[in-house]
Design a protein. Structure first.
Lengths: 469, 242
């Protein structure tokens, strides 16, 4: 089954946003965290004289890959296999989860240690593993917070961004059975370290996602900040990697572009503290068994739509979330998907079908802040409009909206219908007029007048003034 | 110079004073203004909402109405953004070479009002006087699509008696977003609340913009809060001489 987390059963965005907006503490946390990352990002991006050229290079590399994805994936498979890895192909989330479960069982495993990966949240791997009696341990600090709290990630890069340190301290004390714990970041990190170190040393199977798959070498690249990933990638005997098929890049040297763009865009760092690249297996060094699962799960459907294909160029930096004025109000949970913010608003509906998330393409004022910061130049506002068009042309838009748009199209069709519509409007507004303002309008406009006034149409339009001038 | 005014559908209907102000300023600068009354809407609302067949008709209509106009001026950055960013795509999709050519010929002649004054006509002092504290809201389209950063501020700085207060967080959206404000009223209102606090922080008594669409949102919020700040289109300030 094709799946994007539990997004198919999520409530529509406007409804979910209402709940998020009512959570003042969460909103303060999101505002604070995104402010911090935005400021850091602006500083380290500002010091790059060739930032725009880097963005353009990244856009072109990704566009090229997406045009020749089949060939690059086969290159990757061949080169990874030659280097001692095993490549698996998964059509959808269930297939991917089944492959992981089978591999773990094949090695007699009952536990795995995980590097931060969004893709396994997409397939809901942890749920599938638990059902098979396998215990997954998240080792990324934020993912650990999410797992211990049985919470949902609210940000692509910083999944626990909606939590502050007081909340995290409380959670650690309860879930790790610690009676005394301070709330300084170092103390919290130490508690997590003590909890995780023991897992690193005894769990023999590691699991990761991938930031990049390198076609020419068959190598895999993961970048991270904490070093927990490096532990999972080097200590276990067996390593399993799950990656979306769009993660492939042609050459090792392409990392030169992406490893400059990604950390600056994601966390405002010049370089990630840990950049791991490995190719197959190396005798007596690191994992001796290596499996890669290449996941489709709706991606080839996205690829088919030329107008929206660049959605797959995303390198999951989260810059668009931090910059988005909508995300900054609601946080990530309102998007009902592990992929939130502007990129989530275009990715989720495309992966799982527009009918399951028809409200997401409208969760944007089209302000363009996302496009401005996107390191691979995905024109998110254009794609949002394109998805709205697909909804309209599939006949899925609400009736009231369709009628309003038909009416407006008729009114704009010529001078006479337009002046007639203006005259009609001046008559129809009368019952709602309060001085020069309109209040308590019905229907589609009720949402507006609940919190804002609307000026009443003045007695004379501009064109009337002009014609008697 | 003969300047053809595209007033826009909503300014025509809701904000006629903005149109009068544009005419006033351009005539004061010695230009002749024409108004082609067959004009209606640029098609932005239909386009951004996904109703592309309806939008395409309005694009054709716009191109026909303004055929041959030397300069087209509009007091709405977001309508200019619609024309510049999307008209070529609409034309290309039609596959009609004459339409494609007409759009290509039209594009370089369309100007947003402050862009026309500063970038094309080279004027920053239009002889205006307005003795009030003013803050300026940059619409997202004016900033990110038209790249208007300094032009409106140059115009305001040249107005006699005007005390300009820069708006903190000037590149943040006010939450209007056309149908967004109706489809997502709660988020739109939350975004507006931040914009209103920034405006009030400046202590200005007037909030100006190059887009009455944003001012519809901002003004709607200010009025509901009974705040002592009124909204005025940039053109109306530039038209003022006392």
């Amino acid at each position: 089954m094709l799946r994007v987390g539990d997004a198919a059963s999520a409530p529509p965005f406007p409804e979910a946003a209402k709940d998020s907006l009512a959570n003042a503490q969460m909103r303060r946390n999101v505002r604070h965290a995104t402010d911090v990352i935005r400021t850091k990002r602006a500083t380290v991006v500002g010091e790059m004289p060739d930032w725009q050229q880097l963005r353009e290079a990244a856009r072109q590399i990704k566009a090229h890959v997406l045009r020749h994805l089949d060939a690059y994936l086969e290159d990757f498979e061949r080169n990874c296999t030659n280097a001692g890895g095993t490549v698996h192909w998964a059509r959808d989330a269930d297939e991917a989860n089944a492959i992981v479960t089978r591999i773990v069982q094949q090695y007699g495993g009952t536990e795995i240690i995980k590097v931060k990966t969004m893709t396994s949240d997409e397939t809901r791997l942890n749920v599938a593993l638990e059902q098979a009696g396998i215990v997954p341990y998240e080792t990324d600090l934020a993912d650990l917070i999410i797992q211990l709290g049985r919470d949902r990630p609210s940000h692509i890069v910083v999944p626990a961004l909606h939590k502050n340190r007081h909340e995290i301290r409380q959670l650690f004390m309860e879930q790790m059975g610690i009676s005394e714990l301070g709330e300084e970041p170092a103390e919290l990190a130490n508690a997590a370290r003590a909890f995780l170190r023991e897992k690193f040393l005894h769990v023999p199977i590691g699991f990761s996602g991938a930031n990049f798959l390198i076609a020419e070498t068959g190598g895999v690249c993961v970048v991270e900040s904490e070093g927990n990933g490096r532990m999972c990638l080097t200590l276990p005997k067996v390593l399993i990697t799950l990656a979306g098929i769009e993660k492939v890049i042609p050459r090792l040297t392409d990392l030169e572009v992406f490893l400059q763009l990604l950390p600056r865009s994601a966390t405002g760092e010049r370089m990630n503290p840990y950049n791991s690249v490995w190719t197959g297996v190396t005798h007596r060094d690191g994992p001796q068994e290596f499996h890669v699962i290449l996941l489709d799960n709706g991606r080839t459907e996205v690829l088919k739509d030329v107008e929206a294909r660049s959605t797959l160029a995303c390198i999951r930096c989260g810059a668009c979330l931090n910059q988005c004025p909508v995300y900054r109000q609601t946080g990530g949970h309102a998007y009902g998907s592990i992929y939130s913010g502007p990129i989530g608003a275009i990715l989720t509906p495309q992966l799982q079908g527009l009918q399951h998330s028809a409200s997401l393409p409208y969760a944007s004022s089209l302000c363009g802040a996302c496009y401005e910061v996107c390191p691979v130049k995905i024109n998110i506002p254009e794609i949002l409009i394109h998805l709205r068009r697909r909804i309209v042309e599939d006949g899925q838009a609400p009736l009231a909206e369709r009628l309003a748009m038909k009416g407006a199209a008729l009114a704009f069709s010529g001078e006479t219908p337009f002046t007639l519509a203006q005259a009609t409007g001046r008559v129809m507004q009368r019952p709602f007029k309060s001085g020069e303002l309109l209040r308590n309008l019905p229907g589609l406009l009720a949402g507006w007048t609940a919190t804002r006034d609307l000026p009443a149409m003045p007695a004379e339009s501009f064109r009337q003034w002009w014609s008697r001038r | 110079m003969l300047i053809s005014l595209f007033i826009t559908c909503y300014n025509d209907t809701l904000f006629p004073d903005t149109g009068k102000a544009v005419v006033n300023v351009l005539e004061r600068l010695g230009h002749e203004v024409e108004f082609r009354s067959a004009q209606t809407c640029c098609g932005q609302m239909h386009y951004n909402s996904g109703y592309h067949a309806d939008a395409a008709k309005l694009v054709r209509r716009f191109v026909d109405v303004f055929a041959g106009a030397e300069i087209i001026c509009t007091p709405s950055a977001s309508c200019v953004a619609m024309i510049r960013d999307h008209y070529p795509k609409v034309a290309a999709e039609s596959g009609d070479p004459a339409f494609i050519e007409a759009v290509a010929a039209l594009l370089p002649r369309v100007y947003e009002f402050s862009e026309l004054l500063v970038d094309r006509l080279g004027v920053t002092d239009v002889g205006a006087a307005f003795a009030h504290t003013v803050t300026y809201h940059s619409s997202c389209h004016s900033l990110r699509s038209l790249g208007l950063r300094d032009q409106p501020l140059q115009l305001l700085r040249a107005v006699r008696g005007l005390d300009l207060r820069l708006l903190p967080g000037a590149d943040e959206c006010c939450g209007f977003g056309g149908t967004f404000s109706v489809k997502n009223p709660d988020v739109s209102t939350a975004m507006l609340a931040d914009k209103l606090s920034a405006i009030r922080e400046t202590g200005a008594s007037v909030c100006a913009a190059a887009d009455n669409s944003c001012l519809l949102q901002i003004g709607g919020g200010l009025q509901r809060a009974a705040a002592p700040v009124r909204c005025l289109h940039l053109a109306e300030i530039l038209a003022s001489t006392a």
